[in-house]
Design a protein around this ligand. Structure first.
Ligand SMILES: [Zn+2]
Length: 176
């Protein structure tokens, strides 16, 4: 099982134990009782609309040809909408001018909960954050294809609000 090796409270090596209906990493130290619950982490995601296009970004280290929505973690104490606006600003260099909620989606593989928004930015020059991203592309709204997991479902649902019933792209293919 993936997870921490040592207890964050007392540094004892964690062990696997069946607790509350599943195997969990727990601290065996008598006076401690730490349990690694492994709860999903919330992530904000944005379908960034720029002119007639959706902006897809490519994180450093992703497999060739992969692009996705702008995503990021919230800062402690940060409002969710402010968080998604900050991520869009950081990753595209453009100031969000409209934010609309799309929905909340599970992303089991990454143990995340995706809080997804449509974020409209002015049609301008995109300047990506090169500390996190290695590229971007603008794909016409009428041509963008969603993928079958996580943020892809949010993109599909947003396209439906525009009257577009987009087919899912198959694994390994890329948005052109
Ligand atoms: Zn402990």
């Amino acid at each position: 099982m993936k997870g921490p090796k040592f207890c964050p409270n007392c540094a004892t090596a964690l062990i696997l134990k069946h607790t509350k209906d599943r195997d969990r990493l727990i601290c065996p130290a008598e006076s401690c009782g730490y349990v690694h619950w492994n709860n999903p982490i919330p992530v904000v995601a944005a379908v960034v609309e720029c002119g007639d296009d959706v902006v897809l970004v490519r994180s450093i280290g992703w497999p060739a040809g992969w692009y996705g929505l702008v995503t990021g973690f919230l800062e402690q104490g940060e409002d969710v909408v402010e968080g998604v606006k900050r991520e869009v600003k950081e990753e595209t260099g453009l100031e969000p001018e409209e934010v609309n909620f799309i929905g909340i989606y599970p992303f089991f593989r990454m143990n995340q909960i995706l809080i997804c928004y449509h974020v409209k930015v002015p049609d301008g020059e995109i300047k990506i954050d090169t500390s996190e991203l290695e590229g971007y592309k603008r794909v016409p709204i009428t041509k963008v294809r969603p993928w079958r997991a996580g943020t892809g479902i949010a993109l599909r649902d947003w396209l439906r609000t525009k009257g577009i019933e987009a087919e899912f792209m198959e694994f390994g293919k890329a948005n052109k």
